[in-house]
Design a protein around this ligand. Sequence first.
Ligand SMILES: *Cc1c(COP(=O)(O)O)cnc(C)c1O
Length: 377
Amino acid sequence: MNYKPGRIFLSVPHMGGHERNYVLKALEDNWVTTAGPNIPGFEHDICQHTNARHAVALNSGTAAIHLALRLLNVQPGDEVLCSTFTFVATANPILYVGATPVFIESEAETWNMCPDTLEQAIQARLKLGKKPTCILLVHLYGMPANMKDLLEVAQKYDIPVVEDAAEALGSRYSGHQLGTFGHIGIFSFNGNKIITTSGGGALVTADEQLAEQARFLSTQAKEQAPHYEHTTMGYNYRISNIAAGIGRGQMEVLEKRVKQRREVFSYYKQHLQRESISFLPEPKGSFSNRWLTTVLLDATSGKSPEELRLALEAQNIEARPLWKPMHLQPLFKDAPYFGNGLSEKLFGKGLCLPSSSSLTEEDLEKVVKVILREVRE
Ligand SMILES: *Cc1c(COP(=O)(O)O)cnc(C)c1O
């Protein structure tokens, strides 16, 4: 990729400073592979911060979702109830295990899985004689889903929950960190997320056996034996000690990064206040890490999100459409979908603004200036 200098990106890595110490130590001690002290150290940091009982550090968030589905024994032909309004990495692992996603529409308040629609979908699938194997829900852009009502539905029908908190590390719901409400939670440390390990992910759970099984499956499912003995299909999904070292440095500044992303949100909200632009408020009891600031453009703005995106691009500023819902993706054209089309409307009206924690006030001023020039009151 060949960008002009001075570009304002959507979301970039932001080192805290101590990452290099952990990485240098790993190099000096020759712990450069998928073993070494940074890995349990990083897992410990994740547990400390999220209050999760067990954490397993992996080489991507997608790998963590794949393992979560394996741990919950999702079989070929099974159905997984999945948020439709998300990035494709949530849904792809359902295909990896040969299952079928059943896409569930969002609610307006959080943009995340609608509890009523979830229940309707479960009832409809039960009527067809098919009980879904698990619920895979997302906390999009860092905003907590309505966990109270979603868990109530999940418990009523006795279906386990996986939380895709890839975008939501550091977000809280009724005082607890996201990722710790479901049977399994997952985080991503991809380069665009709130903190990064260059690439990586983690699976968290309160169930020691599930955590052990995740470690086993992520390291080629080697049975206890001096030779290589295998009874189960495994994966090469463990994080490296180098990447985990970056993660340890990043965990030191996570709180700061959350604060900075929230300040970016506040800046936009304050300076872009007008009839034709709206922001997603935090429901009572929810605390979002505001991973990305999103705006919805009303028709009265006189601009489509795509026109605004191009106007920003002309000034060397990166903005992106909201995620295109999964039930609209050609990849999933045959998958069942339950809902009223809300996410499609959001997709048509929304835009993600540059939200890096390293943005300066000067950068933010520049973005706001372009938007105010383009958009009518
Ligand atoms: C980034 C992301 C993932 C995948 O994480 P990787 O670490 O990139 O594999 C999964 N779900 C959502 C919602 C994401 O934004």
